[in-house]
Design a protein around this ligand. Structure first.
Ligand code: AMP
Length: 210
């Protein structure tokens, strides 16, 4: 199955992706994680993307499309995948349409006030795990014991930029995919577990069609 996780930053795409990967075995392709890895390794791409990412702006479409073209051709994508944080603009969605047909686009909907609260308390781990200061009272990851960190773009001004960028450039994808008949809306304001129950209903339907 080939799916996209759509939603504002902080909607919970990464958390759902971890659970989906565990249960359905789909490769988790996150453009944000890939860019952060490039940044850490100080590759040319990473150094180029850094200033956009820190400000909470989108890395130009041409760069992202080039990166995803290579990634989607990899062997592990042959039987399905889940895209997290891609596409984020109509240009990126049009590229994806040319290379593949999606089974579903899961639009995780969360009100902005909940999102701001989540992002401003977010603690991240390099292994992909995500926590919140309100409920996690340690600076260590429960899964791999690494030191947790606050993402540079989880600071207040960057959060505001990211939400503006989402509204202007990414939110139009909701209509784009609704028109194609693949959009599935998931209420994501409650707990990770509650959201995952809703996600499973959709993914189980798709799996039973295959
Ligand atoms: P994320 O981890 O998905 O929130 O992405 C972190 C940052 O990486 C974003 O704020 C953008 O600067 C950049 N980024 C990730 N995915 C994309 C994309 N599909 N298009 C453009 N920029 C992206």
């Amino acid at each position: 199955m080939k799916i996209v996780l759509l939603g504002a930053p902080g909607a919970g795409k990464g958390s759902q992706a971890e659970l989906i990967k565990e249960k359905y075995g789909l490769p988790h392709i996150s453009t944000g994680d890939a860019l952060r890895k490039n940044l850490k390794d100080e590759t040319e791409l990473g150094l180029y993307a850094k200033s956009y990412m820190e400000k909470g702006l989108l890395v130009p479409d041409s760069i992202i499309v080039q990166m995803m073209k290579i990634r989607l051709e990899a062997d592990d994508c042959k039987n399905g995948y889940m895209l997290d944080g891609f596409p984020r603009s109509i240009v990126q969605a049009e590229f994806l349409d040319k290379v593949d047909t999606l089974d579903a686009v899961l639009n995780i909907e969360v009100p902005f006030d909940v999102i701001i609260e989540r992002l401003s308390g977010r603690l991240s781990c390099t292994c992909g795990a995500i926590y919140n200061k309100a409920t996690h009272h340690s600076d260590k990851c429960l899964k791999c014991n690494s030191q947790l960190y606050i993402r540079a773009d989880d600071k207040e001004e960057a959060i505001r930029n990211r939400l503006d960028v989402y509204t202007e450039t990414t939110a139009p994808l909701v209509d784009y995919y609704a028109k194609k008949g693949v959009l599935r809306t998931i209420v994501g304001a409650e707990t990770i577990k509650d959201t995952f129950k809703r996600v499973q209903v959709v993914l189980d339907q798709i799996s039973s069609r295959e």
